[in-house]
Design a protein around this ligand. Structure first.
Ligand code: PXP
Length: 261
């Protein structure tokens, strides 16, 4: 299983002081030393963490392939077509959200998505769509011209947190999943099975299948067991652990989990 390290939150920390410290570009070399397979960055419309200059410097200097997550935005498409990351992953974006909530709505935006994917493909850039795990979404992703899909694991991660940690007793409790243990377990099992079926279907119809969002050192094992998923993109939990053990160790610990049989 390949690991893409999402380094957005190095830039989030930098923005707290608005001087170039810590520099996200430095994290690219640390990730390479730790054995990561890919760098992932999200160029948000509000530029709340990663900026255009980061994208430019990371793409031109990274020894690892760079996957840029971005929304359907004309300015961003033009910018990325010119500097050619290894891959773009189209994600939905809402200004007020803390992080990417849910996958792309492929039905509502089908024309724009197909045209945008075709533009990236014309510029020799690999494409992925970040979608919720449903067979219909995957079939449509293929029809729209995506090369790969990334399954949104946020619901799985939230259910896992509510089931296995003290989150329900804190003020971060997720009301949507404030349910009895048995009910939570059944939802967790269905979500995992949906992820597995979706990944298999994607592979069967010739799409590479990745996954990400909310994955951490504690909830990874059942996702690793889904052999049709070939890559994970993980950010928050790695950067959070790096605060205590350093970035290189946080990445290599995650890699050990990703590559364990
Ligand atoms: N994959 C995609 C498409 C994302 O949008 C994000 C969040 O930016 C991630 C993976 C990483 O999520 P997390 O930071 O929760 O590990």
């Amino acid at each position: 299983m390949r690991l893409g390290v999402n380094i957005d939150h190095i830039a989030t920390l930098r923005e707290a002081r608005a001087i170039n410290d810590p520099n996200p570009l430095e994290a690219v070399f640390t990730a390479k030393n730790a054995g990561a397979h890919q760098i992932t960055i999200h160029l948000r419309e509000d530029r709340r963490h990663i900026h255009d200059a980061d994208v430019r410097s990371i793409i031109t200097q990274s020894p690892l392939p760079v996957n840029v997550e971005c929304a359907l935005d004309e300015g961003i498409t033009e910018f990325l077509c010119a500097i050619k990351p290894h891959r773009i992953t189209l994600v939905p974006e809402k200004r007020q959200e803390i992080t990417t909530e849910g996958g792309l709505d492929l039905n509502t935006h089908s024309d724009t998505i197909a045209k945008t994917l075709a533009r990236y493909t014309k510029h020799d850039i690999d494409t992925a769509l970040f979608i919720d795990p449903h067979i219909d979404n995957i079939a449509l992703a293929k029809d729209l011209g995506a090369h790969c899909i990334e399954l949104h694991t946020g619901k799985y991660a939230n259910l896992h947190l509510m089931q296995t940690t003290n989150l329900p007793k804190t003020h971060h409790s997720l009301q949507e999943f404030a349910l009895p243990t048995k009910e939570l377990q059944s939802l967790l099992d269905s979500e995992l099975s949906l992820l597995a079926t979706s990944a298999k279907y994607a592979r069967d119809i010739g799409l590479e299948c990745f996954a990400g969002h909310g994955l951490n050192y504690h909830n990874l094992a059942p996702i690793i067991a889904i052999k049709d998923i070939s890559e994970l993109n993980i950010g928050h939990s790695i950067i959070a652990r790096a605060v205590f053990v350093g970035l290189e160790r946080a990445i290599s610990d995650m890699l050990k989990l990703c590559t364990s049989p």
